[in-house]
Design a protein around this ligand. Structure first.
Ligand code: IMP
Ligand code: MG
Length: 185
């Protein structure tokens, strides 16, 4: 028995599907930044850490990696609209090409806040890469330059995305079905 209950999770994107798409995204990003030696991937913690680790290795450029901790959720599934910086970048990004790496753009409120915050640091450019996009939930429009998958309005878990702070370590992306939390026991 794995640490989760397979009967309570419907698989939306298998590990194989994710890796195949991320290979394509890596090739696209490599092409887009071919002439920019000073690319930094800025992962939004915590949700993007799994995606970022696979994406970074799919990009054929001498890039740098940094992280920004943002929290808008607490333990609820609904965004509050109030974004809190829980950890800042370790280096300035002035005159650097920044690619923000997110797990999911849902209402867009987190990304809007982040883009406004980054703009004050005078980067050479800022673009956004999100593994998932839930357009049905949009409250503010934000540009997403690279998208992995567009998904319907369902709460997804795994591959970095959490269910009550757990299950980020699921190797695939799924949806909780049935009664109660999807862990075993
Ligand atoms: P937004 O500000 O509403 O766009 O939400 C952004 C953040 O909410 C994401 O970075 C996730 O951390 C979290 N989030 C939104 N939708 C989901 C979901 O379906 N599953 C898990 N986390 C989610
Ligand atoms: Mg997130």
């Amino acid at each position: 028995m794995p640490f989760y209950d397979p009967k309570k999770i419907e698989v939306l994107f298998s590990a194989e599907t994710l890796h195949a798409r991320i290979a394509e995204m890596g090739a696209e990003i490599t092409e887009a930044y071919r002439d920019h030696a000073d690319l930094v991937l800025v992962g939004v913690l915590k949700g993007s850490f799994v995606f970022l680790s696979d994406l970074a290795r799919a990009i054929d450029l001498p890039l740098q990696i940094d992280f920004l901790g943002l929290s808008s959720y607490g333990n609820s599934e609904e965004t509050s609209g109030v974004v809190q910086v829980t950890q800042d970048l370790t280096r300035p990004v002035a005159n650097t090409h920044v690619l923000v790496v997110e797990d999911i753009v849902d209402t867009g409120l987190t990304m809007k806040y982040l883009l406004e915050n980054l703009a004050t640091r005078r980067p050479a450019s800022v673009r956004v890469c999100s593994l998932l996009h839930k357009p049905a939930r949009t409250q503010v429009d934000v540009p997403i330059d690279f998208v992995g998958f567009t998904i319907p309005d369902r709460f997804v878990i795994g591959y970095g995305l959490d269910y009550q702070s757990r299950l980020r370590n699921l190797p695939f992306i799924g949806v909780n079905v049935g009664e109660g939390p999807p862990w075993a026991g």
